[in-house]
Design a protein around this ligand. Sequence first.
Ligand code: ATP
Ligand code: MG
Length: 751
Amino acid sequence: ADAPPPPWLTGLNPEQRHAVETTEGPVLVLSGAGTGKTRVLTTRVAYILHRRLTRPWRVLAVTFTNRAAREMRERLGSMIGPVSESVWLGTFHALSLKILRRHAGLAGLRDGFTILDADDQLRLLKQLMTDAGLDPKREPPKGLMGRIQRWKDRGLTPDRVPEDDVKGAAGRRAGDLYARYQARLLELNACDFGDLLLHTLGILQKHPDVAEEYQTRFDYILVDEYQDTNVAQYLWLRLLAARHKNLCCVGDDDQSIYSWRGAEVGNILRFETDYPGAAVIRLERNYRSAPPILGAASALIRHNADRLGKDLIAAGATADDPDAPPVKVRGLWDGEAEARWVVEEIEALGHEGLPAAGTAILVRATFQMREFEDRLMACGVPYQVIGGPRFYERLEIRDALAYLRLVAQPDDDLAFERIVNTPKRSLGEASLQIVQKHARAEGKPLLNAARDLSDGDDLKARAKKALAAFVADVDRWRALVGGLPPAELCATILEESGYAAMWKADKSPDAPGRVENLEELVGAVAEFESLDAFLEHIALVMETESKGAAAGVTLMTLHGAKGLEFDVVFLPGWEEDIFPHRRALEEGGQASLEEERRLAYVGLTRARKRAFVSFAANRRIYNNWQASLPSRFVDELPDDFVEKASDTGLYGAVTAGFAEEPGGWGTRHARRSLNGNGNGGGGGGTRLSPGTGSWKARDRSGEGTDIAVGQRVFHQKFGYGRVLSNDGGKLAVDFEKAGRKTVVAGFVEAA
Ligand code: ATP
Ligand code: MG
């Protein structure tokens, strides 16, 4: 007689169980967030092995992140024990690497080939560009890198790049460099990340015997987060599944959020055509989120036109909670107040039995984390940042802090070393060694040694000149300490040093985020009286940070949170231009807006018990106070499931377009003009309508391009003056009392 089915199987609902037990033939599970897709996938592997349909090493399961792979392996282990260890389980990249290691020769590589990191890739590309007679300064290699990556996402080797992609002189050059880059990698016995997939794909395509080996080997193939696969991954899967066609993909078109990395949601739509007779299974019961959260998320995503459409019903323990509180939506005065509110709520939830360890703050962009990190630290609430360094540990922030440290404290040699040649100032290793030697011999800090050498014979003329300019810069900034408000000093340093410009000119995908982080840093400095006070704060912050992390609040981006779940989720910064993100709106139109909305849907559906959405009416961007508008997504949340906090009157005031809020505007104006650019908001009276181009009117960059030469302006420190010139936001102003000064446009207002 048959043994009774294991509990992990009987716990599933009928549709889930159907998806698990339909082991033969192609299966597509298409369903919304929290319906148990990942659970089905894991259980399916367990079921296949439990029924002994095949051996563990003949099962291939693909997850989206290494972390997801780890979790799946753990769960498998708890269901069926150690046999689970032999399952081929991992990301596309990890699994490709495993295959590639066995057949390196077929891709033109030798055993023990290396995988380049992003820095190595760039260095290599730069060399090739220089060899080809190009100027990497005029054509940043990162632009080309991105182009090559997109080709690889599409499974295109250099000989397959379509004509249309390499039209014109620049296009031809790019195609040519791509070919050289690939050839050079082989010479180095190396490959980049994208090659892992590309080479494997090539091997499977060109060597039928190898393809057959794997096609026969993998009796069952399973894929999570199918909506985010790109073309190369799609082809890879199609090849491997060609023989048995026991391919089970699970996904949710509403959670497709990686199109910017080449993902094609069309892969889902094509499934039934590619695999005729595929079983398409829909799961409709959501086991994760309390009904109000699910209701809010479903209503939000219904605003997308481009979707397959499906409705979800709450099920399981969460659905049975009649007291499940609504999604709390809260408008706050500014970013600081928002962070304070969030941490207060976290502490209050702790008393209700919802500890910080089950709580996440999910942001659209990494710069938003800073305010929360500061507040969490100040309150002693433990936290961890997932998927990236903490704010003050980020590369660009450490660089910027090194500038500030050197200005505050000229014997800070570590700071000097870090930035003396960042951005590049044509100071070679040899020159810097001479400076070091001199410093040691004379017992002087590096800055002073540099000062000595900038006017002697030890260095080559070019290095001498660069060093002299750097020392002069530092001296000039030092003279401003105490004279300028610290935030303005910080902004001045970042601009005059060329450091901000370096990232602005950078074409890599992470550069805009770094620019935002730098702007956020200026905002952070603005909260302090003096540069020293700020640096002291940082020193303390770093100190607490390095102490071992207790389980605490999770801070991460919305993109990183895909597939995860938390008891409590905070979604701050729901403001136009932040979320939906300005870049997405400017560059991609309706399609991008819908992708932003899917991201909001992903965010809300991470929550099991409580979800909080917030927005601030004022943001300090690069030390400008700007009026923010609540995100259109806030309006799209249905009243039935949300509670919009109006106790401060702010919510009403803000959504009504800053209508006559007694007292509100007066204080707002007072504060704005006290702190900076009074006309920076641009969103004063009415709600901006999207897509009219009025976004651009809102100057977030702080470059104050609307300040004209000849205009009379007011500066907090220097008083009234007239603008003599405007050099990309750096104003020369003749002040009535203070005389001629250079100031950053964001710090003056029209008078
Ligand atoms: P996402 O789209 O966010 O990736 P998902 O569809 O993959 O979500 P899972 O993460 O698999 O959903 O499941 C969501 C939650 O619901 C998990 O905590 C899971 O354990 C639980 N769950 C799934 N199915 C059931 C069930 N039949 N009974 C009880 N709980 C379930
Ligand atoms: Mg999942």
